[in-house]
Design a protein around this ligand. Sequence first.
Ligand code: UD1
Ligand code: UDP
Length: 359
Amino acid sequence: MRVATVVGARPQFIKMAPLSRELRKYFEEIVIHTGQHYDYEMDRIFFEQLNIPPPDYNLGVGSGFHGYQTGEMLKRIEDVLIKESPDLVIVYGDTNSTLAGALAAAKLRIRVAHVEAGLRCFDRTVPEEVNRVLTDHISDLLFVPTERAVKNLYNEGIKNGVYLTGDVMLDALLHNITIAEKESKIIQELGVEAKSYLLVTVHRAENTDNRARLENIIECLVKCKRKTIFPIHPRTKAFLEKYSLLDKLKNADHIILTKPLSYFDMLVLEKNARQIITDSGGVQKEAYSFKTPCITLRKVTEWPETVEDGLNILVGDDYDLLLDMIWKFEPVGGTYSFRFGHGDASSRVVQIMKNVAKA
Ligand code: UD1
Ligand code: UDP
């Protein structure tokens, strides 16, 4: 079987790393990078650090509004799929690259495998929710990380081709944490002490594109006076500059601003943080896996298991609550309960693909 993998954004490089390693034992893989992310720190660093095979195609689509970006990807992916004629196209997660890859393949009647299928936050104003729903409905194989995600699909009438495998991001984390702890010097470089700092990431449109919300988040970080490490996503940097908020952060002595970090540095900082404050899907799960208390800057989450187990709290846009939680959220009673599997999702996915290829 010839498999084409379509990726384009930071978390997708991390998700494909363990699966690609397993996949290549049995199948031929062509990697199509849409070019959605392109800065070194958002892109190549992950290929280098995680030994991901370099893309066979980089379509260089870059940034733009949703329609432009998704449309350009669709056209360019279609050209490659016609040329390469793979038997299966694999897409990951919920970005515009995911939807474009799935749609291009489905229209060419090539089977689509969606890794991280079935997640819902039940808010269609979130662009990723639209991508998830549409991708799931045109996929043939749906690899699902959690039991709840299986139910979500069932409730939408998707019953065939659904496989509960666990989460490939947990595979990546378990495979890399020991290596990261040996190789990363980030704790020393930043001069912080374990369990004494907040780690912050913000990049969701609902927080960055809304001036009042971004300003409130920054106010809280400045006010709280806790040692804080804030790797800034390029989207967020652009909006902080636009709203003249970057200097507020730079002038706060307790806040360390960095470029987007490597995966190894990020894992080490997550594991050693006192708390994580984030709106990222992947970072919420990683916080859970490290049992690091997580405060989520969203009203809803696709990963409600992390909240149910007491290790994550959603503060939405309630900034008094955010400040309060920075001081008080110490979920000693939180229970880690393997909601995302045991780190063998990639081998399960490949086993299923092998069975499908034989059938
Ligand atoms: C995208 C995904 C989001 C995912 C995130 C992971 C969609 C709709 N959104 O959001 O689901 O959580 O990736 O990080 O697909 N930029 C750069 N350099 C880069 C990439 C982006 O400067 O390498 C800047 C550009 O100004 C760009 C902005 O960031 O306009 C947003 O990038 P885009 O890829 O459109 O969305 P993300 O916010 O990164
Ligand atoms: N990540 C990283 N460096 C950073 C921020 C995040 O390596 O500076 C990793 C993080 O550890 C996780 C993934 O990127 O594995 C999450 O991606 P992101 O937050 O961009 O997107 P989301 O998960 O919200 O789609």
